[in-house]
Design a protein around this ligand. Sequence first.
Ligand code: SF4
Length: 353
Amino acid sequence: MRPAEWFAATDRTAFRRAVRRWYAERGRDLPWRRLPRDPYAVWVAEIMLQQTTVATVIGYFDRFLSRFPTVGALAAAPESDVLHLWQGLGYYRRARMLHQAAQRIVAEHGGEFPRDRDAIAALPGLGRYTAAAVATFAFDIRAGILEANTIRLWTRLAAAAGDPARQPLREELWSLAEEAPPRSSPGDFNQALMDLGAVVCAPAPRCGECPLTSFCAGFREGKPERYPQPAPKRAKEEQEHASTIVHWRDRLLVVRRPDGGRWAGLWEFPRVEKTSDESWEEAAGRAVRAFVDRPFALRGRRLALTHGIMHYKVRLCAYDADLLAAPASGEDSAMRWLRREELESLPFSSPQR
Ligand code: SF4
């Protein structure tokens, strides 16, 4: 069924009442909900929750808010401090955008989070969902939200066939999400939908505990887990990276990733993408020469690991190398020689860590 048809055939008052009653009794107790209507806390939580589970986010959220309790504190911090606190959460672009948006809020809105949905959406790093989430959760604005949990919930309620990542279903779900919240307390209603999607209408649906069975077309069909229809799987592209830990006396060479690309602003040991016509050792040597113009001796391989990033599968092999003459160049903003214990002070990507 199309989502609009399902909603037209639904008793909206009864549906909204069932959602809200369940939320009052069973809604999740999450740290960012304990700070009443704090747009900064809602925003930080929503950015962290993109691509990351609630269980992982909770510890990061508490540390982030104690280190940067206000938009102003975040805006005034050096970017490397923000990235350092983000270390391990991945998708570091989110942290950089959060930092830039905080600076915009200070510069253009006097440090007050804008209340207008369009002004929120104009901030760096806030897409359609996040802008609506901050508007509805922090300011109780009647806005629709659509993310993984609510997509699963709506597609099952409506028994909506099609790939929800694509049109026309994507926009149909957005329209439904916009129309569904009541005029009074739409923020709580939206939180309730997300919780229902996360806790009850989970990937393995717990229909026996669901307050919405009488409204649910997927349940009536008898196989709600067939929704949402999975998107066709895209094969991961494979890459091979060699990274070399260069030793000079008790120091190790680390370099900063340039702005704009993957892992921008993070630090790492010299790393190159291995080409198909070179050996791992040749690639490890090339990683050294990319940064140091001095003779060196490559030791054996230290470790190999495979990790995924976006749609890439990366095999990373790490080597050690001893520099045989003092490095010519000193340190600068993109290159440092650190003692092992000093590495903790810089943000590294997870595989490099
Ligand atoms: Fe999801 Fe089952 Fe509830 Fe339908 S009845 S919304 S499939 S948990």
